[in-house]
Design a protein around this ligand. Structure first.
Ligand code: HEM
Length: 211
């Protein structure tokens, strides 16, 4: 919907609350996970009430994050299918980053980079949860042989490294693409931002609303 100041609605309040809940729980998991990963990060346990509390809370926060992440995935699923236009757009990435691109295919609600992030998270977050259950003492680890637990610890750490790296890129891209943050804070973007970054989505929402 467009209003007098030429703003376009991009996220509902529910979508934004869901996103920031996932983001907050993700940060808590990254901080508590790093604290458990290496003594260098042990000082981070102070944020969670000490070592034992960090160890107790981390997996429970993981379950809460997973459930809220699933809800986010359902909400964003249909806008993240990769199209031929996305693949064509991707070929011009160098020019896009240098801001010299012309005649690009029009981008829908998300560009291909955002879609890659989405699908990467769809694979990595369940991997973290599944391996997390395998290594979760005292409740579940007893059901698995020790070699399986060892592999699960390794996969859990690698998956966490990938997830944290992907989210750092996500945050950087959100800040770097000026005008994006307000989409997730206020729910709206400027019409100019929408036309420039997501022209096909802009046309769709303005046509649907006859604006
Ligand atoms: C804490 C710092 C974070 C910031 C500043 C941030 C910022 C944003 C912004 C501005 C958007 C809207 C982009 C647009 O509409 O084009 C967005 C979308 C999104 N965010 Fe975040 N985010 C953060 C953390 C996270 C985390 C931790 C996750 C998941 C684990 C996440 C998952 C998503 C997803 C799935 C989208 C939809 C776009 C897509 O499919 O890639 N975000 N975020």
């Amino acid at each position: 919907m467009l209003n007098k100041t030429r703003l376009v609605a991009r996220y509902t309040a529910g979508e934004r609350m869901n996103h920031w809940f996932v983001a907050m729980t993700f940060i808590l998991l990254a901080l508590s996970g790093l604290a458990l990963f290496h003594p260098f990060f042990f000082f981070l346990t102070n944020l969670f009430g000490g070592g034992p509390w960090t160890r107790i809370l981390h997996p429970f926060i993981g379950v809460v994050m997973f459930v809220s992440f699933l809800s986010l995935v359902v909400k964003f699923w249909s806008n993240n299918f990769i199209t031929r236009a996305d693949l064509e757009w991707q070929k011009h990435l160098g020019e896009i980053l240098a801001n010299t691109a012309t005649d690009l295919p029009e981008v829908g609600k998300y560009n291909i980079g955002q879609k890659y992030l989405f699908w990467a998270l769809v694979v990595i977050i369940p991997t973290l949860v599944l391996t997390g259950f395998v290594i979760w003492r005292p409740y579940f680890a007893a059901f698995f042989p020790i070699p399986v637990i060892r592999v699960a610890v390794l996969v859990h750490s690698v998956a966490a490294f990938i997830a944290i790296s992907a989210i750092i890129v996500h945050i950087y891209a959100a800040i770097w693409t000026s005008g994006s943050i307000r989409a997730m804070t206020r729910g709206t973007v400027s019409a100019a931002w929408a036309k420039h970054h997501h022209a096909a989505w802009y046309k769709k929402v303005t046509e649907e609303n006859k604006l």
